[in-house]
Design a protein around this ligand. Structure first.
Ligand SMILES: Nc1ncnc2c1ncn2[C@@H]1O[C@H](COP(=O)(O)OP(=O)(O)OP(=O)(O)O)[C@@H](O)[C@H]1O
Length: 313
């Protein structure tokens, strides 16, 4: 697969410079009895060339983390830096320019523009970057090819299936030299083969020098990442480049912030101890939130997937 996404034109200089930094990030929503501490002091650095997966039970703060990383939301306290530039205090215009220049974002809702064809949707960020329409079209066409929908370039979103629209949205996030790609469940509407193909594209993009942050519920998707961080109740409870096990995580105490707060609400209760996830405090969806770890554990024992770093290349 050789297209604009991995061509020298589209490459970001490979190195280990931090593309994204979160420093002591807290995010509270609501007030009084409705106050929710979605994130409670998260530190995270994602370097150029690195793909980091974020996992955790429903309500643990994954989407909040991604929105803050993309400058779509503002921390209650703490700092977010993209390519070394702090987002706090930037004017909306400067923030928009930084986002446009540096970021590709695959949203859970795809946000394709219905009045534009697939190729026009993908061209848009590059035209906003200021490159010629002809060059933008060439890159967009290549990006669509990379995710397997080159033949749909002239279709409008309403004339495509959900999975096809999702691939167009991914092409739009990856087109051009984005230093940081943020993806929130990017494979949700795709069959498993297409989902894997999309992750391969994301992986290739990171190998070419971009940084990636991928929210996923699926262990086999996280297996494409260099590193996985696991959130629970707004805290990073584990960060690993090797397969985690339920035992290793449940045996580790959940860090408590300096103010001693535990976060959560009645709807999203805070866990009360290392076994709380098994006791049912983990997910609003009724799951214990540790299915992912069971999968890791099984795949590590069977050796079939090769764990986090063995299953992808
Ligand atoms: N705008 C908001 N107003 C109030 N509470 C919010 C808001 N956004 C998120 N929350 C709360 O913050 C917590 C974290 O939510 P978030 O969506 O980040 O979790 P998540 O891990 O992405 O969940 P899911 O896997 O279900 O998408 C939840 O308790 C959620 O209800």
């Amino acid at each position: 697969m050789t297209t604009a996404l991995t061509s020298p034109d589209a490459q970001v200089e490979v190195g280990r410079a931090p593309a994204l930094e979160l420093r002591g990030v807290h995010r509270e929503h609501g007030r009084g009895a409705n106050r929710v501490q979605a994130l409670r002091g998260v530190d995270l650095t994602v370097c150029a060339g690195e793909l980091v997966a974020v996992m955790g039970p429903s309500g643990s703060g994954k989407s909040t983390l991604l929105a803050l990383a993309g400058g779509l939301d503002t921390p209650t306290s703490g700092e977010v830096l993209i390519a070394g530039a702090t987002l706090s205090g930037q004017s909306p215009k400067a923030l928009a320019a930084l986002r446009r220049r540096s970021l590709g974002y695959v949203f859970q809702n795809l946000n394709l523009i219905p009045a534009l064809t697939a190729v026009e949707n993908v061209m848009l960020p590059r035209e906003l970057d200021g490159i010629s329409a002809r060059a933008a079209r060439r890159e967009a066409q290549a990006a669509l090819g990379e995710v397997g929908v080159a033949d749909l370039a002239d279709r409008f979103p309403d004339d495509m299936s959900g999975g096809q629209q999702q691939r167009v949205a991914i092409a739009r996030a990856l087109v051009g030299p984005r230093g940081l790609v943020l993806a929130d469940e990017p494979t949700g509407a795709l069959d498993s083969n297409t989902g894997e193909a999309v992750l391969r594209v994301l992986r290739a993009r990171c190998d070419a020098g971009s940084a990636g942050l991928l929210v996923t519920h699926e262990a086999r998707h996280a297996a494409w990442a260099d590193r996985v961080i696991f959130l629970r109740d707004g805290l990073v409870v584990d960060s690993t480049g090797t397969p985690a096990t339920p035992e290793s995580l449940l045996g580790a105490p959940v860090p408590v912030p300096a103010d001693g707060s535990r976060g959560g609400t009645a709807a999203n209760p805070a866990s009360d101890g290392p076994n709380a996830a098994r006791d049912g405090a983990g997910g609003a969806d009724g799951s214990d939130g540790f299915d992912e770890f069971d999968e890791f554990h099984e795949s590590g024992e069977s050796g079939e997937s090769g764990g986090f770093d063995g299953g992808r290349r």
